[in-house]
Design a protein around this ligand. Structure first.
Ligand code: F6R
Length: 305
């Protein structure tokens, strides 16, 4: 599958019915993963608040992990060092360990794994990796999934406005700064990582209201202020939208405000994710870099092996 087809495959991935069969009680959920797999836990942690959910992307597991913890490990390759080390630690603490992976060592050390299709970039498998969490803990209505499919399909058919934006970033050699807000702070981070991996550019992120307590200063008076290009996500919280407006007004900085065609959480989540898929893909093309290339990351992993 070429990279454009991988991007277009997202709408099929959200139809996944994969789920965990959980027949025991647990007090908390810990989700472990790095990079393109780690974002899955970040998104879910921000959305699902019925019981404590912690997303980790590091060596070492939280001290509270015990036999009442459901420990879900997400690694597309199944061979990520930090994630594999978390499995050993979680097992030692007696946690119930489950995995979402396309294979690798992970599939051999965690008995109850959800195996997803292999052969694509981990960051292109976000739908496959995220849906089992929704399906198990917070199922999405079929009508909402269909609506979201339509929104993604429309973008697959025509994203000429996003392509022009990518060209603008390229022409001005801009550094993107993305401002999210709850429950899409993790999506602002996903944008950053897509700029990094697809377009090979730096990008930075923060979120409302926190940035009104720090970033607001350089927004008005940063050194080389015109080198940055700002994105903000329209919120369904009126107070956040008011903050976006007032921040623009008092700093004189204009944000590109990204507005989803639907206010439904699931549709908006995937609209915002897909927007960045295209923005960073088109930026890679205009920069003449290969959006699939992650050779430097692979070289580093090899040196550490
Ligand atoms: C994304 C990507 C990386 C990996 C990360 C962890 O496309 O290539 O961010 O996701 O290095 O590897 P996995 O996902 O295999 O656990």
């Amino acid at each position: 599958m070429n990279f454009l087809d991988e991007i277009k495959n997202l709408k099929e991935q959200i139809k996944s019915k994969d789920k965990f069969d959980i027949n025991f009680n647990f007090d908390n959920i810990v989700i472990s993963g790095m990079g393109g797999s780690g974002i899955v836990g970040n998104i879910f942690q921000e959305y699902y608040t019925s019981i404590p959910v912690i997303s980790i992307g590091d060596y070492g597991i939280p001290g509270f992990v015990n036999e009442k913890t459901l420990f879900i490990v997400v690694s597309y390759s199944g061979n990520t060092e930090e994630t594999l080390s978390n499995v050993e630690d979680a097992k030692k603490k007696g946690a119930h360990v489950r995995a979402i992976t396309s294979g690798g060592k992970l599939a051999t050390i965690v008995e109850k794994s959800i195996i997803i299709p292999s052969g694509i970039q981990p960051r292109s498998a976000l739908g496959y990796m995220l849906m089992p969490l929704f399906n198990t803990f917070a199922p999405i209505d079929d009508a909402i999934v269909s609506q979201t499919y339509g929104i993604l399909d429309d973008m697959d058919k025509n994203h000429s406005d996003i392509k022009s934006e990518a060209f603008k970033i390229y022409e001005n050699s801009s550094i993107p700064i993305i401002y999210g807000s709850k429950p899409f702070k993790s999506v602002a981070y996903r944008w950053k990582t897509q700029f990094n991996e697809n377009a090979k550019t730096f990008a930075f992120y923060s979120y409302f209201p926190e940035l009104n307590h720090n970033d607001t200063m350089p927004l008005k008076s940063a050194y080389r202020r015109d080198e940055y290009l700002f994105y903000a996500f329209e919120s369904d919280n009126a107070r956040i939208n008011q903050r976006i407006g007032i921040t623009e007004e008092i700093t004189g900085e204009q944000f590109t405000v990204v507005k989803s065609p639907s206010q439904d959480y699931f549709s908006k989540l995937f609209y915002l994710i897909h927007y960045a898929d295209y923005l960073t893909y088109e930026l890679a093309l205009v920069r003449n870099v290969d959006p699939t290339d992650v050779s430097t990351i692979e070289e580093l992993k090899k040196k550490l092996a």
